[in-house]
Design a protein around this ligand. Structure first.
Ligand SMILES: C[S@@+](CC[C@H](N)C(=O)[O-])C[C@H]1O[C@@H](n2cnc3c(N)ncnc32)[C@H](O)[C@@H]1O
Length: 188
């Protein structure tokens, strides 16, 4: 793709991703059953941390959450919340998921990429997916979800292609109400 055709990452207002109303439709603890004490988690496209702090509680002080978002405003909010709540196990990075060089290979137990890939600029999808595979432990799991519709940067065909690169543990099929999602691990 020529540079002039490059699209930008989609960013969202902090209040849209983290407000009391959102809790009426889903719990911040939605992904906590995927993690255990002392585990390492990467919350990619964490936004202002709707899921981050529930995960931080679940892995405990000996665990670690890498909270990553390319939106500096969202990361500033995560850092402010982490300081206020004394969550020393949350390490926030204003960075694209296409470059996670601050995370070691095969080191992460659980990757959360909720609404990430449909927001990452299309020219970076391949790198972001490569990075998820690189950081996951051989027995690690990743939860990927993407929005549907014209505003999403991932269509059905691309979604199926992404899943082909992983071992799919669990997934949904076309549903009017739900985003596309899958629980995956690395192919060995
Ligand atoms: C739909 S929101 C989901 C936020 C969060 N996971 C949640 O559920 O509250 C997508 C997030 O991905 C972030 N994002 C977009 N492109 C990104 C990139 N290249 N790397 C990391 N984060 C990105 C956006 O800034 C936004 O916070």
């Amino acid at each position: 793709m020529a540079p002039s055709e490059d699209k930008r990452d989609k960013h969202f207002p902090v209040f849209a991703l983290d407000n009391p109303l959102r809790r009426l439709f889903g719990s911040p603890r939605k992904y906590c059953s995927y993690v255990k004490q002392e585990q390492i988690v990467a919350d990619l496209g964490c936004g202002p941390g709707f899921y981050t702090f529930a995960l931080a509680k679940s892995v405990g002080p000996q665990g670690r959450i890498y909270a990553v978002d390319s939106d500096e405003k969202a990361i500033r909010t995560v850092k402010r919340k982490a300081a206020k709540r004394q969550c020393d196990n949350v390490e926030a990075h204003a960075s694209s998921a296409a470059d996670l060089s601050f995370i070691e290979d095969d080191s992460v137990d659980f990757v959360l990429a909720d609404g990430l890939l449909c927001s990452v600029a299309p020219q970076d999808h391949e790198s972001a997916v490569r990075e998820i595979k690189r950081i996951l432990k051989p027995d690690g799991k990743a939860f990927l979800s993407v929005a549907k519709g014209r505003m999403s940067y991932v269509d059905k065909a691309e979604w199926e292609g992404i899943l082909e690169g992983f071992k799919v543990e669990l997934r949904n099929y076309e549903s009017f109400f739900e985003d596309r999602w899958a629980l995956v691990s690395k192919k060995h």
